[in-house]
Design a protein. Structure first.
Lengths: 175, 423
């Protein structure tokens, strides 16, 4: 593309976008980095967004006993609510699939994201980041995915290899 | 209309076991005469002057309610153990007609109850891969250009019971009630994203609600083409149970992605892999692998009248009526069978048949009192034909729960009772 037509094209795009923009009420206000940081609680599978802090399975056992056990049972065995541990080998065959963190969840980061935003059920957003890391470590340890001595933090959690990491096929419509 | 009635006027059979031509019930249509067979019994003194004609009626009320005689027309619901508002409520499809769901009967799925949101305190944040992260108030959103469209919302887990190995004996509300349709008015999400300026590498959005579960889902950027930030539902502000003061509406996409109480949209390059798009709304196949990101609802239909719990009362003419819908476009055809799929009659579609909205279909049927198996099978504007249950199960097995769209079969017994069967 010659220089003049390039400039013309750029100018056209600029004019079009300002023309479209001018019809909008422009009633937003910019969000500051601090405001965004306070609201952005989602964690990507690469660990982006994980906060500072850390926790071990042992520390997590205490958090679990106090905050999680009434709904999720002894050692994540479930009842009255979701089972968190076990179920390996149930995704195939005739028995019902037992989809737990250990048997089904592909990313450990999802566990941190979900526990921090939604758990404990009656008091969500009440755990410290250390407590969330610790309870994640405990559940991963119960599923025999990490060692007793492992500490979960922003560096280690995304590296955890979940047993069903490769168990998902992105859907594409045939018709 | 003074049409002469004679046996010669018998309407044309369109398919086996008594299915009639769809035009037979139209006013002035072919064979519109001799349809009545068994007449309902009339009692004495049918035309008495009733008390409500002898005194003034009730006073005005600020917000109207249905007749007290319609008290059965309610949602049914169940909540997770130890909770009161966490689970699902179901639309009584078998007690409604037309295609629009009244707001108080729209199905619900909540992950931590219904938040009591003050609209003046609510904010929508758009950030991530954008040139300008923005915050909108409700007052600001109300000043943007709005659009209105009719769209169904169906839970990805609706009709999950039909994967079971034995046919579940449920009424239509219990089997199919996580499905509703409303007229939604709001601001196109694309306008707001244009205000923020989406970066070229953006392929996904993370949409998050302001409920106590912070319900969140990843949405592919192509869904933005039709996405609305819905502020109104059937003319009034979106109900708290459907996301007040605003929800994401993604016409055709599984209900869970239409995030209620929307507070944040983060523009991303990759999906966030939230709890609901990994551990929940994925289709577990016989291989042990799970299909992920199954977003739009495939074409689907069901006969609402008759259906289990709505028995036939005597032989003769009935209108078979039902609903068809597709997350991929318009409903272009519905066929109905009364003999378990051996023969099919084309049903009349209620116009307008709108894309990604419920479409009502109807076909007249003369029940001779013998056994019948009623089925409906729809085709959408993409050419997709609703599969048999057997074909769907052959592909997916019976260990999953999501996106069942196979043909549903109702068996009519000689006593007029209607049962769910696999046929």
């Amino acid at each position: 593309m010659s220089m003049p037509s390039c400039i013309f094209a750029a100018a056209t795009v600029f004019l079009l976008s300002t023309a479209a923009h001018a019809e909008m009420p422009d009633l937003w206000r910019p969000a500051t980095p601090e405001e965004i940081a306070a609201w952005d609680i989602s964690i990507g599978p690469d660990g982006a967004g994980l906060p500072s802090g850390n926790g071990s399975p042992q520390q997590g056992e205490a958090v679990y006993a106090a905050k999680c056990l009434p709904c999720h049972g002894e050692k994540g065995s479930g009842k009255p609510n979701d089972q968190l541990v076990g179920g390996l080998g149930t995704l195939t065959g005739n028995q019902p699939a037992v989809k737990t963190v250990g048997s089904f969840w592909p990313y450990a980061t999802t566990l941190f994201d979900y526990v921090r935003r939604a758990m404990p059920f009656d008091t969500p957003r009440s755990l410290s980041n250390d407590e969330v890391y610790a309870v994640c470590a405990y559940i991963l340890r119960l599923n025999d995915i990490i060692d007793e001595s492992a500490v979960m933090n922003a560096q280690t959690l995304p590296k955890v290899q979940m047993p069903n990491r490769d168990g998902f096929i992105p859907f594409s419509r045939q018709k | 209309m003074g049409r002469k009635r004679s046996a010669d006027d018998a309407p044309e059979l369109a398919a086996g076991n008594g299915l009639l031509d769809r035009r037979a019930l139209l006013v002035g249509g072919a064979g519109g005469a001799v349809l009545a067979a068994a007449r309902p019994a009339f009692g004495a003194a049918e035309l008495s002057v009733e008390p409500w004609m002898k005194e003034p009626g009730a006073p005005f009320v600020g917000y109207g309610q249905p007749s007290r005689f319609e008290a059965k027309v309610v949602r049914t619901f169940g909540s997770a153990p130890g909770t009161t508002g966490t689970g699902a409520s179901r639309t009584p499809l078998q007690r409604l007609n037309g295609t629009i769901t009244p707001n108080g009967l729209h199905f619900e799925r909540h992950h931590s109850g219904i938040p009591d949101i003050d609209p003046d305190a609510h904010r929508l944040l758009i950030h991530g891969l954008v040139k300008r992260p923005l915050i909108f108030t409700l007052d600001a959103l109300a000043r943007y250009p709005t659009e209105t469209r009719i769209a169904f919302i169906e839970c990805g887990g609706n009709t999950g019971a039909l994967y079971q190995k034995e046919p579940a004996q449920l009424d239509l509300q219990a089997s199919h009630g996580l499905l509703s349709c409303a007229e939604w008015t709001g601001v196109r999400l694309a306008l707001l994203l244009d205000e923020a300026g989406v970066e070229p590498q953006a392929q996904w959005l993370l949409a998050e609600g302001a409920d106590a579960a912070g319900m969140s889902r990843s949405v592919p950027m192509k869904a933005v083409d039709e996405a609305l930030i819905a502020l109104y539902q059937n003319g009034e502000r979106v109900r708290p149970s459907n996301g007040y003061p605003l929800r994401l509406l993604l016409p055709g996409y599984e209900g869970n992605m239409n995030v209620k109480w929307l507070r944040r949209i983060k523009v991303t390059e990759h999906p966030t892999m939230t709890k609901d798009e990994t551990s929940k709304y994925t289709i577990l196949l016989p291989s042990g692998e799970a299909l992920q990101f199954v977003f739009p609802i495939e074409a689907k239909s069901v006969i609402t009248h008759p259906s289990p719990g709505l028995p036939l009362k005597g032989t003769g003419i009935y209108e078979i009526s039902g609903l068809a819908w597709s997350g991929y476009g318009k409903i272009t055809r519905v066929d109905v069978s009364a003999d378990g799929g051996k023969s099919w009659a084309s049903a009349a579609l209620q116009e307008p048949s709108l894309p990604k909205a419920l479409t009502r279909f109807r076909v007249p049927w003369r029940w001779d009192g013998g056994p019948a198996v009623l089925q409906s099978r729809t085709t959408d504007s993409s050419g997709y034909v609703q599969p048999t249950r057997a074909a769907l199960i052959a592909e997916r097995g019976t260990k999953t729960f999501y996106h069942f769209n196979g043909i549903t079969s109702w068996a009519v017994g000689e006593n007029g009772e209607v049962r769910h069967v696999y046929a």
